[in-house]
Ligand binder design. Structure first.
Ligand SMILES: Nc1ncnc2c1ncn2[C@@H]1O[C@H](COP(=O)(O)OP(=O)(O)OP(=O)(O)O)[C@@H](O)[C@H]1O
Ligand code: SF4
Ligand SMILES: [Mg+2]
Length: 326
């Protein structure tokens, strides 16, 4: 049973915002890609981040990774501000990342071994120390030594992704951000890679932020799930609560699109989402989801719902969270 207590916070964002200014706009308008997001990632857990395309998942990931500066507020990892220049170097090694397209993170003109060695040498490892660590990590993640001498294009997609995972974990980061890590892989390779990630997490005691569109994958991987829509958090809770006791209409809509895993779930009611996400440029007074929500009431258009606690560690941004009978 999920418990709110006894969790050590590794990552904390408070009212995090990222607005991208529109280049051609005369009225200094912006895309509100991430709009007032407060969340915590606990040490040792996997937090799954789901939501439709364009909901702001990658933008949050990039701010946590120190790749994209927030417009307002910041991120703390182990209590240290990621965006404080003094902490920059130590922070860089405490977070690793794996993205969807492994080829883009590997230099096409360099053999794999060199791509793995470079960050270690930069971090003060001797050639011998680097070699030992590379061989050790390669073995843990099933990369044969002969593969290390090849160039990226001579590897399969699954092998390339394993190399980028090896590179991300070599320096034993506290947090690993996985942004659609298996979306480009075949289903069988996908399952194998997900299981390897679970094994590595246990072995290295890592914390994962796992981002995906795939609701079945996120359910398999995550301890808790965070649902985003239009740059805002909609619902957060343990995986069991979000899948079985969701309280936000958007979560209901998202989950209705996945085939049920269990025969008991087959009789669940469905709510098929129609229409598109509204523009992120206009400021919304009320609920971001109002234009697509079949439970919308007058108040929803006028007042932005705050995060409401509906259970232990289970929160949702809906005026009627906990009251709607789905
Ligand atoms: N550099 C940028 N400049 C302007 N707008 C951007 C930039 N990066 C992202 N955006 C916009 O911010 C919003 C959120 O994008 P983001 O990539 O975070 O979404 P996402 O949830 O990761 O989507 P997907 O599931 O498709 O990867 C989108 O509307 C996107 O067009
Ligand atoms: S606040 Fe209103 S519009 Fe928003 S999700 Fe809840 S019921 Fe729907
Ligand atoms: Mg993305």
């Amino acid at each position: 049973m999920y418990s709110e207590i006894n969790h050590e916070v590794l990552v904390r964002t408070e009212h995090l915002k990222k607005y991208f200014p529109l280049r051609k706009s005369k009225k200094s308008e912006s895309v509100r890609a991430v709009d007032d997001v407060s969340l915590e990632i606990y040490r040792g857990e996997t937090l799954g981040l789901v939501g439709e395309s364009g909901s702001g998942k990658t933008t949050i990931a990039k701010m946590i990774l120190g790749l994209l500066p927030p417009t307002e507020n910041t991120i703390y990892i182990d209590g240290k501000d990621v965006w404080d220049k003094k902490n920059n170097k130590s922070q860089r090694n405490s977070v690793g990342a794996v993205f969807q397209d492994p080829a883009s993170s590997l230099n096409p003109r360099r053999p794999i071994y060199r791509s793995l060695e470079r960050p270690l040498i930069i971090n003060g490892f001797s050639k011998t120390e680097a070699k030992n660590l590379i061989y050790d990590t390669a073995e843990k993640i099933n990369i044969g030594r002969e593969l290390l001498e090849r160039f990226p294009h001579e590897l399969s997609g699954g092998q390339q992704q394993r190399v980028s995972i090896a590179r991300a974990i070599m320096l034993q980061p506290k947090l690993l951000v996985l942004d659609e890590p298996t979306s480009a892989l075949d289903v069988s390779v996908q399952a194998q890679t997900l299981n390897e990630l679970l094994k590595l997490q246990e072995e290295f005691n890592m914390t994962y932020l796992f981002i995906t569109h795939n609701l079945s994958v996120v359910r398999y991987m995550s301890d808790r799930i965070c649902v985003m829509y239009g740059g805002k958090l909609m619902e957060i809770g343990s995986t069991g609560d979000v899948y079985n006791h969701y309280v936000h209409p958007y979560t209901f809509g998202l989950l209705s699109s996945v085939p049920p895993l269990h025969p008991k779930e087959r009789h669940r009611k469905k709510y098929l989402l129609s229409g598109d996400m509204p523009s992120l440029v206009e400021e919304t007074k009320g609920c971001r989801f109002a234009s697509r929500c079949k439970f919308c009431q007058n108040i929803c258009q006028k007042e932005m719902p705050a995060m409401k606690r509906v259970g232990e560690g289970h929160l949702a941004a809906c005026h009627f969270a906990g009251e709607i009978k789905f």
